[in-house]
Design a protein around this ligand. Structure first.
Ligand code: SF4
Ligand code: SF4
Length: 192
């Protein structure tokens, strides 16, 4: 985080449409009312591990630091516990803003490289969109194949144990009407 906050930025580096875009999304409409009180950061159980605190995320979204926010680890460490949202004196839906930022980071491919959470989220979404079900084996395999082969190999003994106990089926599950599902998902994508 410190490298982000200490870097000098010029107006030309910012994306001044970023705030308007986030504000137009579900849950983002009140972000302009943020008074920077810091209650969200104070009540967030994970803020000490984040590279940008939730309060700073709000400030940076408003200022147009799109690249920095979308490539931060913070949005992926957010566990959607809603503590920030229930304590915000301005009733800003911070958790929903975090969700919006995650969607945007995946859509634009600007999430931090080497972090498994966004890759897992994207793989899960793609799998459910295609099959209507997720397969644990394929989810873990595809995610770590993209993120870290070494990590994947280190997880092999655990995967083998789970497989032997019948807790990790290799065969992917699928619903029957996958074509209809894809049409629904396509419609949702176009509407968002
Ligand atoms: S708690 Fe609400 S008003 Fe306070 S800094 Fe966080 S988002 Fe802004
Ligand atoms: S919803 Fe996310 S940002 Fe808000 S308090 Fe929980 S972990 Fe922190």
């Amino acid at each position: 985080m410190e490298s982000i906050t200490r870097t000098i930025k010029y107006q030309s580096d910012l994306d001044l449409h970023f705030r308007e875009h986030i504000s137009s999304l579900e849950g983002g409409d009140k972000i302009k009312n943020c008074i920077q009180c810091g209650m969200c950061s104070a009540t967030c159980p994970l803020s000490i591990y984040m590279d940008i605190t939730p309060r700073r995320v709000m400030a940076m979204v408003r200022a147009g630091f799109k690249k920095e926010v979308l490539s931060s680890k913070t949005i992926w460490l957010c566990t959607s516990c809603y503590s920030c949202t229930v304590h915000c004196p301005e009733n800003i839906k911070i958790t929903d803003v975090m969700y919006a930022l995650k969607r945007m980071a995946i859509h634009e491919g600007s999430y931090p490289r080497g972090l498994p959470i966004p890759v897992l989220a994207k793989t899960f979404f793609d799998m459910v969109t295609r099959k209507g079900r997720s397969s644990e084996f394929r989810l873990v395999f595809s995610t770590f194949l993209k993120v870290s082969i070494a990590k994947l190999l280190s997880m092999a003994p655990l995967g083998w144990k789970l497989f032997r106990q019948g807790r990790m089926p290799l065969r992917p599950e699928s619903i029957k009407k996958t074509r209809e599902l894809r049409l629904i998902m396509q419609g949702l994508k176009e509407a968002s």
